[in-house]
Ligand binder design. Structure first.
Ligand SMILES: Nc1ncnc2c1ncn2[C@@H]1O[C@H](COP(=O)(O)OP(=O)(O)OP(=O)(O)O)[C@@H](O)[C@H]1O
Length: 344
């Protein structure tokens, strides 16, 4: 477990003191993907980089598995650093080295024999999906492939923690998703704790279980990703959730008046999906149960988080009033929240 306790980090500037991190308290469980989100300058990198002990907090403490890293001896600190891997926005690869040699580098520094490090690096390159590219140079790879090399290199010393510092920020949306899928895969395969620093809520929603929102050095909101998406509290968190296009399940793109105008007939209902029930085939069950009802999908948006799906679906039900009412009761029996918007 990682525990940040009342952590402050201050920098002395020419004529003033800049507080980059202010009184941060966080607990990250082993094997968790923990998102840290904030705009540029919020203090995310400063906070997380203190984890490898290169920089110490000005006050407060950071514990990994119960040990305060500021109190480790030099030797212990060197060992501790091996347990923290890092990946970066601009990959930080060595251009004059092949892919294999890049991944071998941390093992070389750790004094691992040539044959052992070759074997290990080859396995890691395979793990990240680059088998066959061992002897290529970074310049021959796409951005996503370069980040895969970055991930393989970060895993070379078998870290317990991986810090991903804006690792997908330079990538296009599809490549971003591929890298996020890879992070999720290695998190599950290796039980790796991942601290995911980003300014993209999409990345958090896709892979993280918990999230801390940072603003001006402080954590202003913290919680399970699913809960934060359902019910963001702070203005900045609402902005991030909206930027992702994820519906705050209460919002629809059409107003209720527009829905009534466009769908004047039958009954219009809104289903709210909150977590696990959205895995159930609710709509097909409804169609099967009420074959005399006709069903139109008016609009809907369901988003996946690691804690379940969220979103809403608006349906128009055409048929007898009796069947419409029974259908609403049936949905409630499936534990789906169904709100009647219009009875045409
Ligand atoms: N070594 C340093 N000396 C002085 N100020 C620093 C230093 N490192 C960071 N800062 C300042 O601390 C604040 C937080 O920076 P930090 O890089 O942690 O933010 P961030 O949220 O990671 O943003 P970005 O995504 O742009 O890196 C900024 O105002 C930055 O200028």
């Amino acid at each position: 477990m990682i525990r940040f306790k009342n952590v402050y980090k201050k920098y002395k500037l020419d004529k003033s003191i800049l507080t980059a991190v202010k009184d941060v308290n966080l607990e990250v469980n082993d094997g968790e993907i923990y998102g840290i989100i904030g705009y540029s300058g919020a203090g995310k990198s400063t906070l997380v980089r203190m984890l490898d002990g290169l920089e110490a907090p000005t006050s407060g403490s950071i514990e990994i598995n119960g040990k305060d890293i500021a109190k480790l001896s030099n030797r212990e600190l060197r060992e501790q650093r091996k347990k923290v891997g890092m990946i970066f926005q601009h990959f930080n690869l060595l251009w004059s080295r092949t892919i294999l040699e890049n991944v071998e580098l941390p093992l070389e520094i750790a004094g691992v024999s040539k044959s052992d490090r070759r074997e290990k690096a080859t396995k890691l390159i395979e793990l990240v999906g680059l088998h066959g590219r061992e002897n290529d140079y970074p310049s021959e790879l796409s951005g996503g492939q370069k980040q895969r090399v970055g991930i393989a290199r970060a895993l070379a010393n078998d870290p317990e923690i991986l810090i991903s510092d804006e690792a997908t920020s330079a990538l296009d949306p599809q490549t971003t998703d591929e890298i996020l899928d890879l992070l999720l895969e290695i998190n599950q395969k290796l039980n790796l704790t991942i601290m995911l620093i980003t300014h993209e809520m999409h990345a958090i929603r896709k892979v993280a279980q918990k999230v801390a929102v940072m603003q001006e050095g402080q954590v202003v909101e913290i919680g399970n990703v699913y809960d934060i998406f359902q019910n963001p509290q702070q203005a900045i968190t609402k902005r991030f959730v909206n930027e992702d296009g994820a519906p705050n399940a209460k919002d629809l793109s059409m107003t209720v008046d527009e829905i009534i105008k466009n769908y004047p007939n039958g009954m219009v209902i809104k289903l709210l999906f909150k977590g696990t029930q959205s895995q159930k085939p609710v709509v097909s069950q409804l169609i099967r149960e009420f074959d005399s009802l006709e069903l139109n999908i008016v609009e809907g948006s369901i988003h996946q988080t690691q804690g379940g799906s969220i979103g809403s679906l608006v349906l128009q039900l055409l048929g007898t009033a009796e069947d419409q009412n029974k259908a609403v009761e049936y949905l409630k029996s499936l534990n789906v929240e169904a709100e009647v918007i219009n009875r045409g």
